[in-house]
Design a protein around this ligand. Structure first.
Ligand SMILES: [Zn+2]
Ligand SMILES: [Zn+2]
Length: 329
C-alpha cells in the first residue's frame, strides 16, 4: 500500500508538480467512516499536535481576547476608537503572517524549492491582476477588503457580547461545551467553506465575484484572502453562526483566525517550512492547490470531505481528462 502511494506520488511529480504530499490524498474519516474510532483519533491528533497551525491559532485566540480586544464596557456602543484597535490587530496579524511568509519563501527564497508544489508559475501573465502584478493585487484585496470585512464582523460580535445579545458562556460555565466547540469549529469552517465555495462557482456568482480569487493559478501567501468584497462577506459571514450559539468570544476569534489566517498558510504554495533541515510546521494545502489548478474539484477541505459525496474529489493523482480541459477558468 505504501509502495503504491509512493509510485503515485512520483507519477504526479513527474507531471505537473515539483513536490506533492503522499498521494492519493484522503479526507477525514469523521463522516465517511463514523465507526473507525482509531482513524478519528489519528486524524484529530495530526490536526492539532505536536505543533500545528491549528494549535497556534488556538493560542492566538486566547492572546487576542486577553490582550488585544477592547474591554467589555468600551464595546457597548459602536465607536471608532475600539473598532480601529480591532482593525489594527487584524492588519498586523495579516501583514506579519502573509508578508513574512512571502518574504521568507518567495522574495528571499530561504528554502528554495524544497516542499514547493508548483514548478515555476502557472499564472497567465500579470495583466489579469489589479495593478498588473499578482503580489500587489493580492495585498490590495487582502488588506483593503479582507481585513475590513473581517474587522466589521468581529466588531459586530464583540458589540453583541458587550451588550449581552446572544447566549454567551464563561470559561467555567460548561467545560465540556467549551472544549467540545474547539473540536467542532474546524468542521463548521470546512462545511461552510464547501457550501459557499460551491455556490460561488455558479456562473453568475463566479463572474460577479469569485473570478477574482481564481486569477491566481499558482498561489502564494497573499493569495489566500485575495477576494472580491462580495466573496469576503459571504465566506467570512459564516462567523455569525456564533451569535445564536452558546459560546465564548474566544470561540469566534479562533474560528475567524483559523479560516482567515489559515487561508494565508494554506495558499503558501509550500507543503511546510523546513526547520533544521527537516519538514517542520505544515503550511500549504495541496487539496486546495488542486482546486486552483483544475478549478472544478475540491471545493471544500479535507476536514469534512464533502467533495467525496458531491463527486468533485480529486486525490492528486493523474487528473481525469474533464479536469484537464478546465485547468484554467
Ligand atoms: Zn473556486
Ligand atoms: Zn483559494
Amino acid at each position: 500500500m505504501a509502495g503504491q502511494a509512493k509510485q503515485s506520488t512520483s507519477k504526479a511529480k513527474a507531471g505537473l508538480w515539483a513536490h506533492t504530499p503522499p498521494l492519493p490524498l484522503n479526507t477525514s474519516p469523521y463522516f465517511l467512516s463514523p465507526l473507525a474510532l482509531a482513524a478519528h483519533f489519528k486524524w484529530l491528533y495530526r490536526s492539532w499536535l505536536p505543533i500545528t497551525e491549528r494549535l497556534i491559532f488556538f493560542c492566538l485566540a486566547f492572546l487576542s481576547w486577553h490582550f488585544f480586544t477592547p474591554h467589555l464596557a468600551a464595546g457597548q456602543a459602536f465607536a471608532l476608537e475600539w473598532i480601529a484597535l480591532v482593525w489594527l490587530k487584524n492588519i498586523i496579524l495579516m501583514s506579519v503572517l502573509a508578508g513574512g511568509l512571502h518574504l521568507y519563501l518567495y522574495r528571499w527564497g530561504k528554502q528554495a524549492d524544497r516542499l514547493k508544489f508548483d514548478r515555476g508559475s502557472a499564472n497567465r501573465g500579470g495583466s489579469r491582476f489589479t495593478f498588473n502584478n499578482q503580489v500587489y493585487d493580492n495585498i490590495f484585496w487582502s488588506l483593503f477588503s479582507g481585513v475590513t470585512i473581517w474587522t466589521g464582523l468581529e466588531s459586530l460580535l464583540l458589540w453583541a457580547h458587550a451588550n449581552d445579545i446572544g447566549f454567551w458562556i464563561g470559561y467555567s460555565d460548561n467545560i465540556y461545551l467549551f472544549i467540545g466547540l474547539f473540536l467542532v469549529i474546524p468542521m463548521w469552517n470546512s462545511f461552510w467553506f464547501f457550501c459557499i465555495h460551491r455556490a460561488l462557482h455558479w456562473p453568475p456568482l463566479y463572474r460577479l465575484a469569485h473570478h477574482l480569487h481564481h486569477r491566481n493559478v499558482s498561489i502564494g501567501p497573499w493569495s489566500g484572502n485575495a477576494m472580491h468584497p462580495i466573496e469576503h462577506i459571504i465566506w467570512m459571514g459564516g462567523v455569525l453562526i456564533y451569535l445564536p450559539l452558546a459560546c465564548h468570544p474566544v470561540h469566534f476569534l479562533f474560528s475567524q483566525q483559523l479560516s482567515i489566517l489559515g487561508a494565508v498558510t494554506s495558499h503558501s504554495g509550500y507543503e511546510g517550512l523546513v526547520i533544521g533541515g527537516r519538514k517542520g510546521i505544515r503550511l500549504g494545502d495541496f487539496f486546495h492547490q488542486l482546486h486552483h489548478r483544475f478549478y472544478e474539484c475540491n471545493y471544500g477541505t479535507a476536514e469534512v470531505g464533502l467533495d467525496k459525496l458531491h463527486g468533485s474529489f480529486h486525490d492528486g493523482e493523474q487528473p481525469p481528462a474533464s479536469l484537464q480541459k478546465n485547468r484554467q477558468p
